[in-house]
Design a protein around this ligand. Sequence first.
Ligand SMILES: [Zn+2]
Length: 265
Amino acid sequence: MTGRASARGSAFRPSREHRRIVFLTGAGLSARAGLPTFRGEDGLWAVHPELERAMHASALPDCIPDLWRVWPGMYAAAQRTGPTPGHRAIARMGAAVITQNVDGLHQTAGNRDVAELHGDAGRAACLGPDCTWSTKLAPGDGERAEDHGAPSLCPVCGAPTRPDVVLFDEMLPADALERAERLAREADLFVAVGTSGVVFPAAQLAPTARRAGARTVLIDVNPEDPVSARAQFDEVITGDAHDVLPQWERALNGVRSSTFLDPFD
Ligand SMILES: [Zn+2]
């Protein structure tokens, strides 16, 4: 937060010696695409008050209609707006991504290697705890799976289906978590952006990456707890990811691949 820290942080740029860049991203990166956060005046809880109760594992299966009513529509809205300059820069750097976001914007920006810790609002999953059935949605309007192009009952095991979004008090998907841990161990540059740097998952993944030899960086417009963040991150950059990341991308890839025709620029 001090001028000195900011100047020190903003001087950091990735270089070609960083061959394995891994980003951990959260809601802050997608906010510019118009996606509401949970809390706050325009947050999800304010717009859809029924969702606050519905987003808890203890409310299953009764909350499934509420989940259908909100999540596929959120996914579709994000896709209509499209990836932000931050998403695009991450994809152009050829980085791998661990994300807490469920909007699919990293994939739309061109990232193939994405570990989705909180699921994917563009897919349906099965409520059966051991069933791995899942399908892509065609988001529409309504509180039934059929309104979004999915069956209400799992074609494999017959259990109810649901949007593939992790609820509060639910376990994170084991495969995504495993993939995230592996990406953190393999990183030589680990960057957290749009997510709190000091709670899970950053609090676990950043130290994992650092122990394995990565340089760790937090980019945050307004770091909540800069003292704790500096204990985990080699660099804390106080700045807007949509400014910082396109600069990084140009530094890595050269000016010729600059962000031409980018509607956000
Ligand atoms: Zn099933």
